[in-house]
Design a protein around this ligand. Structure first.
Ligand SMILES: Nc1ncnc2c1ncn2[C@@H]1O[C@H](COP(=O)(O)OP(=O)(O)OP(=O)(O)O)[C@@H](O)[C@H]1O
Length: 342
């Protein structure tokens, strides 16, 4: 086994992520007059989920694929955990960077268990450890090992195949995951379910993830930070979803956000972000759970026509009452604090 199989050993043996630094990275495809990616720089923290979002052809996929050298950069430098990826053998690099794509890419002639075992086998793990890892991962992505391990990809639904794809990418516990429109091919309901499952999973494993999508709402839902890109992967704004929604940097970003920016922001804020007034049981107001969002609360206020809502903890304790004005005030307050200092 080469030394490089341990190149991220400090982090790869246990869950967790590492930093990624791209510095002045460009890509000019052979024979093309213009660069597909020009002078792209970005620092990503360990364990951060960064979403690259932008219109078709702006260079998202090219940017991401340069991180594991599926595409070789024309210039610039890329460091993972401080190591220059351009000086690492590409095969070893790819084994340590999990990769999930929209077309899933499961090998059709291999069972789901064999698909998931691909990288651990390349890394020559002992058989027993591979078998245990496959079972553990199938459970992690909520596919019953007794049912799915021996099936072939065609015997799974699209959403199940997507989960198996995520399990395969996680097999060798890579510190970095690259995800290219991974949920793009699924219907909206399956997609939301996969997104929610994925967020729960990421809360446990804390990988460093670069996630590509053209769907801004998906970016808001998943990203710790979002980079809104225009042509040649130019970064128009790179910030938290809340900050981008509260203060789009320019017209381009605003148009990319689309309608309903305020509602989208409310969807990011818990009910407890508002200042509550003290509750009066005599009013008999409808209730909202403390871990619901302000968007849920507004929805309920509009639907019920009530003047306010009592905010209740899971143990039944009433924290206070929330009204329309409190929701508006929470937006103003968080908007101010989220505007990045120039
Ligand atoms: N192999 C290639 N040879 C030449 N040009 C390419 C190649 N791959 C991509 N391009 C061009 O580079 C630009 C960026 O493509 P890229 O696939 O990175 O964009 P994208 O933002 O991921 O698009 P999409 O959302 O449609 O997947 C596009 O203009 C594309 O036509």
């Amino acid at each position: 086994m080469s030394d490089h199989s341990n190149m991220f050993s400090s982090s790869a043996s246990s869950s967790g992520g590492v930093s990624i630094e791209l510095d002045a990275v460009s890509k000019v495809y052979p024979g093309q007059p213009a660069a597909a990616v020009e002078d792209f720089s970005m620092s990503i923290e360990p364990g951060e989920l960064v979403v690259l979002v932008g219109p078709s052809g702006c260079g998202k996929t090219t940017t991401m694929k340069m991180v594991n050298r599926i595409i070789e950069p024309s210039s610039g430098s890329i460091r993972i955990d401080g190591r220059n990826v351009l000086q690492l053998p590409p095969d070893d690099l790819r084994r340590h960077v999990g990769y999930v794509i929209q077309q899933i890419g499961l090998f059709p002639h291999m069972t789901i268990a064999d698909n998931i075992a691909t990288v651990p086998r390349l890394l020559k793990w002992p058989k027993k450890r591979i078998a245990e890892r496959v079972t553990e991962l199938l459970e992690t992505v909520q596919l019953d090992p007794a049912v799915f391990a021996g099936r072939y990809p065609r015997q799974l639904s699209g959403g199940q195949q997507q989960r198996a794809g995520v399990a395969r990418a996680l097999a060798a516990d890579p510190p970095v995951m690259l995800m290219d429109e991974p949920f793009g091919a699924t219907d909206p309901i399956t997609r939301e379910k996969l997104q929610a499952e994925f967020l729960r999973l990421q809360a446990d494993i804390g990988k460093t993830i670069i996630f590509v999508t053209h769907d801004f709402d998906e970016a808001v839902r998943l990203g710790d930070r979002i980079a809104v890109l225009s042509e040649r992967s130019r970064i128009e704004q790179f910030d938290t979803p809340g900050a981008i929604l509260a203060a789009p940097a320019n017209e381009y970003v605003a148009s990319f956000i689309g309608g309903g920016a305020t509602l989208k922001r409310l969807g990011l804020l818990p009910v407890t972000a508002a200042s509550l007034t003290s509750a009066d049981p005599a009013r008999g107001l409808p209730r909202v759970a403390a871990d619901d969002t302000l968007r849920d609360a507004l929805d309920q206020l509009v639907r019920t026509g009530a003047a306010g809502l009592d905010v209740v903890e899971s143990d039944g304790r009433v924290l206070g009452t929330l009204g329309h004005a409190d929701i508006s005030a929470a937006l103003t307050a968080t908007g101010r604090s989220e505007v990045p200092v120039p």
